[in-house]
Design a protein around this ligand. Structure first.
Ligand code: HPA
Length: 284
């Protein structure tokens, strides 16, 4: 996957719409509904886009939607590519590289994740402040094309502080308003902040692995996001990450973990999640 491949895909997408988005959002498992709400939307199935692969997981639609959220034009990735599907890291991070060629300035990455903290419960959200890459490979391994970014990218601040502040403020505004209108019980702690640990999957973790990751400083675990975050940061894009907590990680309860539950909780938080994205997008 070369720089020219990414440029070709970006050009193809640009021909499909007159909108020129500067913000991209990647929707994780069970969170795809946000894309259905865009105005003036144009949806492009992945198989039509040069060099894209298709997504094979239930809960991931497999299309790029370009449209407007309020006044803000957006490109939304409804369904992502995962390393566990057998794709190479180049394929997994390709859309993020295409965003760079589309002159996108900001990428918001979302995912479903398991919680390693007793106080962070299914249905809560976690703002990703930092990550641990436990996928067993660095996505930038291999020859480096300087047009994407430097050979040895700094990783001190992958997740943009200003975006984190905006997300935090909007989440608290939503929580306060919901409390005032009596719509919901207190949501004071529904937005957490923590370190996301990415594993290759496709198995969920063992309880012993979860104890290990907790000792290493992880707050949530999942099977995505880090490749795209690295690719976007490499290109100098501003990155934000939000995890939708869908379950307690293995061994924290007696329950087993299954994809159906992950999807179900995603759908349950989808209203609040969409509202948060709408508000954050306005501030970019
Ligand atoms: N582990 C890994 N990935 C996940 C989990 C989990 O517990 N929940 C949702 N995605």
């Amino acid at each position: 996957m070369t720089f020219e491949n990414a440029a070709e895909a970006a050009e193809y997408i640009g021909q499909k719409t007159s909108l020129r988005p500067r913000v991209a959002i990647v929707l994780g498992s069970g969170l795809g509904a946000f894309a259905d709400e865009l105005d003036e939307a144009v949806a492009i199935p992945y198989e039509e886009i040069p060099h894209f692969v298709r997504s094979t997981v239930e809960g991931h639609a497999g299309r790029l939607v370009i449209g407007k959220c309020g006044d803000v034009p957006l490109v939304v990735q409804q369904g992502r590519f995962h390393f566990y599907e057998g794709y190479s890291m180049e394929q997994v991070m390709f859309p993020a590289r295409v965003f760079g060629r589309m002159r996108i300035g900001t990428v918001i990455l979302t995912n479903a994740a398991g919680s390693l903290k007793a106080g962070m419960r299914p249905g809560d959200l976690m703002l990703i402040a930092d990550h641990i890459n436990m996928m067993g490979v660095n996505p930038l391994r291999g020859p480096n094309d300087e047009r994407f970014g430097p050979r040895f990218p700094d990783m001190t601040q992958v997740y943009d502080r200003e975006l984190q502040r905006a997300i935090d403020e909007e989440a608290h505004n939503i929580a306060r308003e919901r409390l005032e209108t009596g719509k919901e019980k207190a949501l004071t702690d529904f937005l957490h902040r923590g370190t996301y640990c990415a594993l290759s999957g496709p198995t969920y973790e063992t309880p012993a692995e979860i104890r290990l990751f907790r000792a290493l400083g992880a707050d949530a675990v999942g099977m995505s996001t880090v490749p795209e975050a690295i690719a976007a940061h490499h290109q100098g894009l501003r990155v934000a990450g939000i995890s939708c907590i869908t379950n307690f990680a293995a061994g924290m309860t007696d329950d087993v973990i299954h994809h159906g539950e992950v999807m179900e909780v995603g759908a349950r938080v989808s209203e609040v999640f969409k509202e948060l994205l709408r508000r954050v997008v306005k501030r970019i």
